[in-house]
Write a protein that binds this ligand. Sequence first.
Ligand SMILES: Nc1nc2c(ncn2[C@@H]2O[C@H](COP(=O)(O)OP(=O)(O)OP(=O)(O)O)[C@@H](O)[C@H]2O)c(=O)[nH]1
Ligand SMILES: [Mg+2]
Length: 301
Amino acid sequence: MEFESHDRCLPNCFIVVRVDGKGFHKFTEAHGFDKPNDRSGLWLMSKAAACVIEEFNDICCAYGQSDEYSFIFSRNTNIYNRRADKIASVVCSLFTSSYGFYWDKFCCKKLKYPPAFDSRVILYPTVRNLRDYLSWRQADAHINNLYNTAFWGLVQKCGHSKQEAEKILRGTVSSEKHELLFKDCKINYNNECELYKKGTIIIKSLVPSSTGSPVCNTVYVPLNCDIINDKFWNENPHILDSSVDMPVCQEIGANSCEIVFVKFRNVAQENLKGNNKKKSKNPQRKEHHGEGDNDPKCNDE
Ligand SMILES: Nc1nc2c(ncn2[C@@H]2O[C@H](COP(=O)(O)OP(=O)(O)OP(=O)(O)O)[C@@H](O)[C@H]2O)c(=O)[nH]1
Ligand SMILES: [Mg+2]
């Protein structure tokens, strides 16, 4: 009789590990995060996610929003013999320690207590099932962000109490929230940052080595784009199909993988601009490294 048992993930299924901040309602309050979205906090999540992706070659992409990140392992991975407990615990542990390790680089408040994340494993047998899952998480980001933007707009810009804001929004549909925001708070929801509306998908891409070596470097490309419609997946077939080669990005061109790379460069450049602006307001804020928002026109710039 075995006292120790291990759940093995069903063969040929995508393995998704989702980590989620424990009690982040309290954690974000205690650390003075901007409401409803804290740009630095969100990029710290993506930095921690990049650390996990860097460690596991078999992760084909990761999607994050709010206090959660989902890591998608390719369906043929044999990582830890597909032991669910081992995979979930190592991913969660590395994500959590990376979040703490890079805290000072992204957030200017001192860490008051150690953050924790939970994790779970979910299996998806088909690409359609997996895409439905990712669509669900992105739709969740959109619904929560629209509500939260309207709620905090009414409180911060229109001077309503939280109770009043809650009452005004009760039972409203999406178009009514857009209208309320525009008429009462002078906020055009369409100009909100894509980071907040769409969340972040991190994919891998190859770039030529800067030293001129024939070996390409892998880059982790954070994108704030729609992943519900087919366009993104048609343009990046290598993400979910390991038989398709990862594209090598050269210079600006008509090829979609190059567009991805150009977007990545814009992300980095916009972030530097954003940081410089923020630094002049707050000299204690430290530099981010390579991550940032790629929508220069968003409302909170
Ligand atoms: N101010 C602020 N809060 C955020 C941000 N991102 C996430 N949060 C908070 O994190 C919470 C995440 O929701 P949940 O995961 O459902 O709640 P939780 O408090 O983490 O609870 P458990 O996950 O059940 O432990 C949100 O409700 C917000 O309160 C942010 O950018 N700014
Ligand atoms: Mg949480």
